[in-house]
Design a protein around this ligand. Structure first.
Ligand code: AMP
Length: 114
């Protein structure tokens, strides 16, 4: 997608503080962190929202969660705990329409979320 900021990060056109990359996903630090560690894990291929996920795309979700788990280990909070969140559409709080997994760690999380 030409006008998608996360596609531009995935292609390297826009710089990001990348913490992990493989053939399917890229992970980078959120510009507006909500926790001591706040990383976004995205598929390299453009998928706008969870609602747009086709059955053939579903393996990439596993790749995103696998990356999140590895980053949690790298960041040192895998055992103490962390949160992963995918927002979908306006009422879910989604503002960037390229699917992304938020990985938040380094502080106590609260429930219910806001
Ligand atoms: P969401 O509200 O779930 O769509 O999350 C979008 C997230 O992307 C927000 O937490 C923003 O702070 C973050 N964000 C937007 N632009 C960038 C960027 N260029 N680099 C890193 N994070 C970004």
């Amino acid at each position: 997608m030409d006008d998608c900021i996360f596609c531009k990060i995935a292609s390297g056109e826009i710089p990001a503080d990348t913490v992990y990359e493989d053939d399917a996903v890229v992970a980078f630090r959120d510009l507006n962190p909500q926790a001591p560690t706040h990383v976004l894990v995205i598929p390299k291929r453009h998928i706008a929202t969870l609602n747009d996920l086709q059955p053939e795309d579903e393996p990439v979700l596993g790749r995103m969660y696998g990356a999140a788990r590895r980053i949690a280990e790298q960041e040192g909070f895998a055992d103490t705990g962390y949160r992963t969140v995918v927002n979908c559409n306006e009422a879910g709080g989604q503002t960037v329409f390229h699917i992304h997994l938020h990985l938040l760690g380094g502080r106590m999380m609260h429930w219910p979320p806001g």
